[in-house]
Design a protein around this ligand. Structure first.
Ligand code: AMP
Length: 270
């Protein structure tokens, strides 16, 4: 595996991006990331993984500081996976050139965009930069961050003429969606997260049997779950998979949740 730390070296190294799949990450590599890497390896001749903890997408400085990082462990893991390139850019390199700024309209200020001000503007900003540096035509991203996937498809896939390959959420045996942030959870919180995930899986199953999803009173569930687990839920909503609309269940729908547990914010969808 070649480790590349500057845009200059990257351009020298990778001439033909056609056969290179791109997996952008913030590190703390886990089986969720690994599933994206394997999907890329299956489809493309070569795979480039980037690790960059992007400061502009954190709306709280403390959250950025506390974000789990373990680059040495990540390097060993990616080498074992036979990843071809690891791109480890500096903040200076990523933000040194002028690029378009993204502002979300009212209609997109839903779910996480409503609760994490500036988060997706930061995500779109960095992805716009990464995609203009790494000219891969296939990017592999997880459904775990469904709204991120949706917004990147909406704002960037046409601009760069890329295919965003959506990969399913990988869960631990206890049903908690794998996430680098889980490293911040203590045993008790992890157990609660597992019970919450199992409960939400049940609600989703039940909703599929209902003729109208709207019959399921999520506001009651929200109160119940908050009380039972002593957590604060930001949102618990069924939304259409295609357009993230609230009240259009003609096509497939998902149950979206974000909550805070011991000051750690977790998101998931089912
Ligand atoms: P992150 O390092 O958290 O920014 O995630 C990098 C990529 O991995 C994003 O496309 C995420 O959606 C994806 N990802 C994170 N967790 C999972 C998971 N449990 N299953 C599948 N993909 C994931």
């Amino acid at each position: 595996m070649k480790i590349i730390t500057s845009i200059f070296d990257l351009n020298k190294e990778i001439k033909n991006y056609k056969n290179v799949g791109f997996v952008p990450t913030m590190g703390g590599i886990h089986d969720g990331h690994i599933s994206l890497i394997k999907a890329s390896q299956k489809k493309k001749n070569k795979t480039i993984v980037s690790i960059f903890v992007n400061p502009t997408q954190f709306n709280k400085a403390i959250d950025f500081r506390k974000y789990p990082r373990n680059i040495q462990k990540d390097i060993v893991c990616l080498k074992n996976l036979k990843v071809n390139y690891l791109f480890l850019p500096t903040r200076k390199d990523i933000y040194k050139f002028k690029a378009r700024k993204f502002i979300l309209r009212k209609k997109d200020k839903i779910l996480c965009a409503k609760f994490r001000k500036g988060h997706f503007e930061g995500v779109l900003n960095v992805m716009n930069r990464l995609m203009s540096i790494i000219k891969s035509k296939d990017i592999f991203m997880g459904e775990k961050d469904y709204q991120q996937l949706y917004l990147i498809k909406k704002f960037l896939s046409k601009k760069f003429d890329v295919r965003i390959n959506a990969c399913p959420t990988i869960r631990a045996v206890d049903k908690v969606a794998l996430s680098t942030r889980n490293k911040l959870l203590n045993k008790k919180s992890l157990k609660k997260a597992s019970q919450i995930a199992k409960l939400l899986i049940k609600i989703k199953k039940r909703s599929k049997l209902c003729s109208s999803k709207l019959k399921i009173d999520l506001s009651n569930y929200k109160i119940e779950i908050e009380k039972k687990f002593n957590i604060k839920i930001e949102y618990l909503e069924f939304r259409d998979e295609k357009n993230l609309k609230l009240d259009n269940f003609k096509s497939k729908f998902r149950l979206f949740v974000a909550y805070n547990i011991n000051n750690i914010r977790l998101i998931d969808n089912f």
